[in-house]
Each structure stands twice: as C-alpha cells, then as structure tokens.
Write a protein that binds this ligand. Sequence first.
Ligand SMILES: NC(=O)c1ccc[n+]([C@@H]2O[C@H](COP(=O)([O-])OP(=O)(O)OC[C@H]3O[C@@H](n4cnc5c(N)ncnc54)[C@H](OP(=O)(O)O)[C@@H]3O)[C@@H](O)[C@H]2O)c1
Length: 342
Amino acid sequence: MSSKLEKDVAWESSILGIFYKQLFVHPKPILSTIQLSGQTAIITGANSGLGFEAARQLLHLGLSHLIMAVRSKIKGEAAASKLRSEFPSTKIEVSIVNLSDYDSITEFAKRCRDLEHIDFAILNAALQNSKFEKNDNTGHESVFQTNYLSTTLLVLLLSSIMKEKKHRHGTREPPVLTVVGSDTMYLSKFEASGPVFPRMDNPAPYAKIKQYMDSKLLLMMFVAQLADEISPEDIIINVSNPGLTAGTSLGKDDEKPGFMERYIVPIFIHALGRSTQVGASNYIHALVEEGRESHGSFVSDWAIKPYPALMYKKEGRNMIERLWQETTEELKSIGVDTLFQR
Ligand SMILES: NC(=O)c1ccc[n+]([C@@H]2O[C@H](COP(=O)([O-])OP(=O)(O)OC[C@H]3O[C@@H](n4cnc5c(N)ncnc54)[C@H](OP(=O)(O)O)[C@@H]3O)[C@@H](O)[C@H]2O)c1
C-alpha cells in the first residue's frame, strides 16, 4: 500500500529515479490465468492514445463488453470500428461523455446504471493546455475542470454504481476502478497551506506543465481519501500511471509551438518515452494484478509506489481535508451530495 511506502519517496520522486524507471524497468507479463470473458469495462478517452491501447489489451484478455466513453461520436466510432474488426465477437459500444460538462457526466452515469454489471473502469481522459482557459459552464480553469473536478465526479458516480451492481449480483471479487494519474505529480510544488480551488483557477502565473502536475497531485489526494471511506470488498479504487509515453496527443494543443515544444520536447519524449503498448499495460496491471492491496494507492511501473512526500506530512494531510471539503461543496452545488455519505 502506498501509505506504507514513505521510505521509498526520495528515490521514486527524484528526477534520476523517474529517468531510471523509464529506461530500465520493464512490464511484468499478465498472469496467463487471467481471462476476462463475461466481464464489462468502461474506458474514458478510449478513442486515442493510451485509452485506445488499453481497450485493445482488455479485449486481448477476452473481455466481453467494452464501453468506449468519448466526447466525440465520430472519433469514438472510428476507433470502435478498428477494434470491432479485430475482435468481431465482442460487444463494443461508444457512449458520449464530455468532461467539460457536468450534465454530460451525470447523463453518462445514468446510462451506466442500465448495464448489468461493470467489472472495470479506467478513467483515462485528461488534457494539458498551453493557455489558461476557463470552462464556460463552470467558470473553473479547464485542465483543473477536466483532470480533477469532472474526473472526481465520475469516480464518485461510477464507484457507487459499480458497488451497487456488485452487491446485486453477489459477485465475490470486487470491481476495480483505476483513475489515470501521472508520476509528474511527484514534481508538483503545490503549497500545502490555503484554499486549493482559487489557486487552481488563478490565471497568473499559469504554466501548462505545472497546472497538469498539480491536477494529478490533487487527483491522487482525492482517491487516497476516498479509499478510506470505501471498503475494498465493495470496490477497489487506485491511481495508475503509464509513465512518459510517446505517440499520443497529450500536450499537442499548441498551434504555434515555440522552439522547445517544436524541437526539444519531441526529442526528449522520443528518447525516454514508452510505447502506448507498454504505457497502457500499467493500467491493465492496476486493474487485474494488484487487487485489494492497491486500494487508494499509486500503481506505477507495474508495482505499488509511494505517494508524493507531501501526503505523508501533517500539512499535506490538512490539505487533503481542505481539498475534500472544497470538492464536496463544489459537487453539492451541482446537486451531487448523497455520494459522500457512505
Ligand atoms: N502520454 C504520456 O506521456 C502520459 C504520461 C503520464 C500520464 N498520462 C495520462 O494518460 C492519460 C491518457 O493520455 P494520452 O497520453 O493517451 O493522451 P491523448 O492521446 O491526448 O488522450 C486523451 C484522451 O482524453 C480525451 N479527453 C480530453 N478532454 C476530454 C473531455 N473534456 N471529455 C472527454 N474526453 C476528453 C481525449 O479526447 P479527444 O480525442 O476527443 O481529444 C482523448 O481521448 C491521461 O490521463 C494522461 O494524463 C499520459
């Protein structure tokens, strides 16, 4: 469990440690006994990059029903048709969810209620944004909105549905929900003191990578706290990290990239980045290999890893409480309040 791994933080969160893992730690093969026939999985952002590759890997393990939760019907259907031709006997559906819009998330969750059971969920959709932008619907900064606020809403809605369905069916093994994080959270310098939301919504100073790392740190804090409220016998929730991965669309939003973005960053990613196959195999590992031990933990490089140093400190724990309160208030303001009373 991440909570017991404070001793490893210094190495795991060092730049050298991160580079070492990227270059020298390799995927653990999935146990040959793991077979997912009869099981259903939801993947957000499944139309491209790591989400698409994770879908393919679950289908290779014999998954029977896949829901590709995407914001664009056209992109989703194009991706689904590739998978349908590779896996013709599997039920592959496209379902719309736009993480910029709370209504779209609650509508999506309503549709999920109609599924007979949900065994796995990978909340993979996220973004980086070169410019500060506000979400028109909520007024929050758009990366904070997508990567943290909307993802936490979906975590809460889906986990409650998955838990309920598990009990209705009397399934012995708990369902697993993994939220995709990033080891860049280790590099976040987010100050523990003071309210969290106003700082995430602050246009100055805004920096693309900083906002992204901070959003992933908050996500880890939220999942760790949520896991304390939920039994892993009902549902296992963890955070998984693909590691730096080449060939995806992440961070490529800038229409006029500067010298660094155009020349240096691609060389860096090419030299250190994993393939999508290797990156996505971390998600699958977090879903099917780590079990109850991974509840509330960070799963990276095919193993359970420590939290960022801040989370072991008193000021970090106080920040988690504040974050929880601010998140509760935000979600109550859109009518989602009962989910916190478990
Ligand atoms: N690539 C890396 O090096 C790396 C490293 C660590 C962690 N990660 C994490 O891995 C996950 C996948 O990233 P990726 O590299 O595969 O990037 P990607 O190719 O850009 O995929 C991101 C996915 O998220 C979707 N998405 C973005 N905003 C959305 C919204 N508002 N509503 C619904 N869907 C939305 C995108 O949909 P559209 O196609 O419609 O835009 C796309 O399907 C992310 O959580 C990322 O933070 C990536």
